[in-house]
Design a protein around this ligand. Structure first.
Ligand SMILES: CC(C)(COP(=O)(O)OP(=O)(O)OC[C@H]1O[C@@H](n2cnc3c(N)ncnc32)[C@H](O)[C@@H]1OP(=O)(O)O)[C@@H](O)C(=O)NCCC(=O)NCCS
Length: 156
């Protein structure tokens, strides 16, 4: 577990030059991965788009958050499969929420699949609580899957 990134790692704005590696991690991580076009739209749309790079400059994790009118929405957070369980997503989520706070976000929202306990536990451990369900929100191998909507207040 780490409280800070290793000295030779860095967190930088996601650029199109990262997308080949980001997509590799994305495809290995999600049954319905985002296309390159979605990532490009997030970058050009001014979302907070960050990648964590290791000493070799390889993408080990990334996150995308939209911030508008006092709210932020966690749209994607992902750690490379080989590096999971080491606290990277915890560090990155804290970083993204702190960034969103600097842009005046007062509340954070996200959707998560009920079939994704790792992500659900991560969010729960930050104090996110379920505030609703979106029926048939996600595509699923058998049809559609609901989304759990979770929220967290970012102010005392
Ligand atoms: C969810 C995900 C981002 C977690 O990344 P990670 O770097 O392995 O997570 P961390 O090591 O920082 O773990 C933080 C917390 O998440 C939870 N968690 C992580 N992996 C877990 C698992 N396999 N089972 C249960 N809880 C888990 C735990 O609460 C953990 O805290 P703890 O270690 O103190 O118990 C990662 O599994 C992933 O990239 N999954 C695929 C993409 C995805 O589903 N993203 C979320 C979309 S909503």
């Amino acid at each position: 577990m780490f409280d800070a990134l290793p000295a030779d790692w860095q967190i930088v704005n996601m650029a199109e030059s990262h997308l080949a590696q980001v997509r590799q991690v994305e495809i290995a991580s999600y049954p319905f991965p985002w296309s390159e076009g979605i990532f490009k739209d997030c970058i050009s749309g001014g979302y907070l788009c960050k990648v964590v790079l290791n000493a070799e400059g390889e993408v080990v994790a990334y996150a995308i958050v939209s911030v508008a009118v006092g709210e932020c929405h966690i749209l994607n957070i992902c750690t490379s499969q080989q590096l999971r369980g080491q606290g990277i997503a915890r560090w990155l989520l804290r970083y993204m929420l702190d960034e969103a706070i600097t842009f005046d976000a007062k509340d954070a929202f996200l959707e998560v699949r009920p079939s994704n306990p790792a992500a659900f536990r991560l969010y729960e451990s930050f104090g996110f609580a379920e505030v609703g369900r979106r029926r048939n929100y996600y595509p699923d191998k058998e049809g559609r899957e609901d989304a759990i909507v979770m929220a967290l207040s970012l102010v005392e």
